[in-house]
Design a protein around this ligand. Structure first.
Ligand SMILES: Cc1cc2nc3c(=O)[nH]c(=O)nc-3n(C[C@H](O)[C@H](O)[C@H](O)COP(=O)(O)OP(=O)(O)OC[C@H]3O[C@@H](n4cnc5c(N)ncnc54)[C@H](O)[C@@H]3O)c2cc1C
Length: 384
């Protein structure tokens, strides 16, 4: 292919789709590549926060979103290992919707918006030259090369060490501790319109209602704790839930839905945003926060807005690549460094029995404390 694209976005999750749509809306020739074929299940709690909904609306996707018929969620319930629980109202209505449906709907919308979408296509190398980039990709053993003025890493939390000639700097951006993320849909669980978080040894299990009356059960678990727990997602979930009697009760009649199980490993939580390495990074490629915040998709969307504003200036010839890199790095630090710190603190505190023993009583005595916890782990409203 001889065509030179203005923008090639690698990764067709929520960050990649959002960026591709914005660039195409601005008139740039945009291609989105994903190694998977959609629709596909994805390890995610499938809790779409009020902040995410606000940004999807800004993208002009209201009608697409409403057609998905989501479950509406207004409350979060935290259930600790020793059985105590707290309920906290959310700062607005959230949605329960599977990534299977959501990401496929986003793909459809961006194709209509003029983005060239190619799925089942794995990017294997990105080389920088003076005027842009050469992207090498592979589909069913066939290698293709494409030239692009700009390329974006929206490839999720997996660090692609060999894609660039330039190695990533020594990893001071992420924590050393490794986690496993898993999810499965279940039938037979009374679907309450609440997002629930059960704390277990080495992590937590989230339950949210999704379409078809199913519940999505997702977990983030310490890799060491998962060892020996079994090889299937339901077996790992069952082993993890034994530590929390209320979760055992909640899962008593749950029946896993075939082909909805997915896992991802290793997951490393961010210590700092990684905004740029050879190309701009966004979404989980830049920032991975503890899933208990339920705001990863909102970070994916917010980073795409930050990225697009500067990319547009670069493509118009108004700023240099060096200036773009500096400005984007600063913007990502301003936006996410505090949230990463607060999210990690909440993640650590919720795993400390010395804290979780008194915290529920403290929230019952002083309900605003619960709201403070929820607020601390969320992005502020989008004003861009
Ligand atoms: C257990 C768990 C529960 C979570 N729960 C929630 C929640 O309830 N709410 C919430 O908001 N967030 C949650 N998150 C976080 C959320 O899932 C992520 O933040 C979000 O999916 C990030 O979107 P993304 O577009 O950056 O990456 P992804 O959605 O991961 O998309 C990346 C895409 O890139 C593609 N790709 C990767 N490499 C290549 C390559 N070389 N070539 C081509 N394509 C490639 C992949 O196939 C993938 O489709 C959870 C995460 C975990 C692990």
């Amino acid at each position: 292919m001889n065509r030179i694209m203005d923008a090639v976005v690698v990764g067709g999750g929520i960050a990649g789709c959002s960026l591709a749509k914005q660039l195409a809306d601005l008139g740039w020739e945009t291609m989105l590549l994903d190694r998977q074929v959609f629709p596909r299940h994805k390890a995610c709690g499938e809790f779409l926060s009020p902040e995410s909904l606000e940004m999807l609306s800004k993208l002009g996707l209201d009608s697409v979103m409403e057609s998905l018929q989501p479950q509406l969620i207004s409350k979060a319930r935290l259930v600790f290992e020793h059985g105590d629980l707290i309920e906290v109202p959310l700062p607005g209505l959230a949605w329960g919707i599977s990534r299977y449906k959501l990401d496929a709907a986003l793909h459809e919308a961006i194709v209509q918006g003029g983005v060239v979408v190619r799925t089942g296509m794995t990017v294997i190398s990105i080389k920088q030259h003076d005027d842009g980039y050469e992207v090498q990709m592979k589909q069913r053993g066939e290698v293709e090369v494409i030239q692009a003025r700009t390329v974006y890493a929206a490839w999720g939390s997996h660090r692609h060490a060999n894609i660039f000639v330039e190695p990533y700097p020594l990893d001071s951006n992420t924590s050393k501790q490794s986690y496993v993320g898993i999810k499965s849909h279940y039938a037979g669980m009374d679907s309450e319109l609440v997002t629930e978080l059960y704390f277990v040894k080495g992590g937590y299990v989230g339950i949210s209602p999704v379409e078809n009356g199913y519940s999505n059960v997702a977990a983030l678990l310490d890799m060491e704790v998962v060892k020996g727990a079994g090889t299937t997602v339901p077996a790992i979930l069952e082993a993890a839930s034994r530590a929390n009697p209320q979760l055992v009760e909640r899962m008593k009649h749950a029946v896993p839905i075939e082909a909805t199980q997915v896992s991802i490993a290793p997951v490393h939580l961010s210590l700092h945003p990684l905004a740029w390495h050879v190309i701009p990074h966004l979404g989980d490629a830049a920032v991975v926060i503890p899933p208990l915040c339920g705001d990863g998709m909102s970070i994916a969307l917010r980073s795409s807005f930050l990225c697009c504003a500067l990319a547009n200036k670069y493509l118009r010839g108004e700023i240099s690549r060096t200036f773009w890199q500096e400005e984007y790095t600063q913007a990502m630090n301003r936006e996410f460094a505090g949230l990463i710190r607060r999210g990690r603190l909440a993640h650590t505190l919720c795993s400390m029995p010395s804290v979780t023993r008194w915290f529920p009583s403290a929230v019952r005595f002083c309900p605003p404390l619960g709201k403070v916890l929820v607020k601390a782990t969320r992005l502020k409203s989008y004003n861009g």
